[in-house]
Design a protein around this ligand. Structure first.
Ligand SMILES: [Zn+2]
Length: 370
């Protein structure tokens, strides 16, 4: 077993102290590649001309934990981003299953080569549950027969992990962590009158919305760079995924949308504000898809064309869920009655503009959106 270097040792102590797990030693080749990729993202962001103060010291690593997800924290002047190693396995398992199914994502490769695999009871959140329930205790990945489909599953896994990484990085660079650590400002003096169940949660939900929406914009940047340099991509299948910028952004939305789906369907009938630290998954998914218009603008793409691809992307995600699990989705969650009348998206944006934005100003490393 390899010795930990100084930064790895700090990271290990930090996640142990936070009672989240410990550092993943002896990483798989996939995790080692991802670690290099995320360290490279950190270096790119340290050169960002939009920085308004010196870039902080940020240590990224994987932690040994059974559940999917990541977290961010700070100790002294150092920030830490941890993503559980289970996340990579669970996402890869999910996307490989999707592409092994002949009726899911049929535009990719040759789906007629695939055969229907054993249905799973639900999407997995926990690796132990996945091995026991999805593989009958004997873990082996279900792989598509078609090479292009297999490559596409890995492509989606990387996009999903990029999205998670940038979600956590946004909590740092937009000052969320420092505001939380300041011990004041959250849950206090919301300067307008609204019926809020828990004011601190409502502010937390506002920060999560900010991290979700900025993550998809940030995660689109390396993809668009790779699109411009696609001639240099070695694998012909992989190069193909980078040909069309609109398809690429749809892939990113599909991947991020499914990451949030792992947290369940949620209670979208809950129209209250601040009932949990994160907005309900359906609301998070909706807000993400609304962000794709501005993301198209960011890359000088046609917003109308981008928007026309959102509904098919969402429908495909929902169809995949039903095909893999046999569970019917609750279609009521797409009823405009719940989407349009849910006050949360509007109120979170109001809270960001009228309250949280000003509180983040002393802490943010980057210019905040207006
Ligand atoms: Zn978060």
């Amino acid at each position: 077993m390899e010795e930990l270097n100084e930064e790895e040792d700090w990271f290990d102590q930090f996640v142990r102290y936070s009672r989240r797990g410990f550092i993943t030693k002896d990483k798989s080749p996939e995790l080692s590649n991802l670690k290099k990729r995320f360290d490279w993202f950190l270096r790119v962001h340290s050169q960002d001309p939009a920085l308004i103060k010196p870039y902080p010291h940020i240590i990224f690593n994987f932690m040994d934990s059974e559940n999917i997800g990541g977290f961010t924290g700070k100790e002294g002047d150092t920030y830490y981003i941890a993503i559980s190693d289970a996340t990579e396995l669970i996402l890869k398992d999910l996307f490989l299953r999707m592409l092994s199914h002949p009726n899911i994502l049929t535009k990719i490769g040759d789906p007629t080569k695939e055969h229907f695999s054993q249905p799973i009871p639900d999407y997995f959140f926990n690796i132990r549950q996945m091995v026991e329930s999805g593989h009958k205790g004997n873990y082996s990945l279900v792989k598509p027969k078609d090479v292009a489909r297999e490559q596409y599953a890995y492509h989606l896994t990387y996009l999903a992990l990029d999205y998670l990484f940038f979600h956590e990085l946004s909590h740092i660079l937009f000052g969320h962590i420092d505001l939380l650590k300041s011990g004041k400002g959250l849950g206090e003096d919301i300067p307008y009158h609204t019926d809020i169940v828990d004011r601190r949660n409502f502010d937390m939900q506002t920060l999560e919305m900010d991290a979700d929406c900025s993550a998809i914009g940030r995660a689109s940047e390396p993809l668009m760079d790779a699109h411009k340099k696609r001639d240099t991509i070695e694998s012909p299948h992989h190069r193909n995924f980078y040909n069309d910028p609109y398809n690429l952004l749809s892939d990113l939305l599909f991947a991020a949308y499914n990451v949030i789906r792992l947290y369940g369907e949620g209670n979208f009938r809950d129209l209250s504000l601040g009932s949990a630290t994160h907005p309900e998954p359906r609301i998070r998914q909706m807000m993400l898809s609304w962000t794709m218009g501005p993301v198209a603008d960011q890359h000088n793409l046609d917003r109308g064309k981008m928007n026309s691809m959102l509904v098919p992307t969402i429908i495909e995600s929902e169809r995949a869920y039903t095909a893999l699990t046999g569970n019917q989705i609750d279609r009521e969650s797409f009823n405009p009655k719940y989407i349009d009348s849910n006050p949360l998206p509007r109120e979170l944006r109001n809270n960001w503009t009228l309250n949280i934005r000003e509180k983040l100003l002393p802490y943010t490393y980057k210019k905040l959106a207006s």
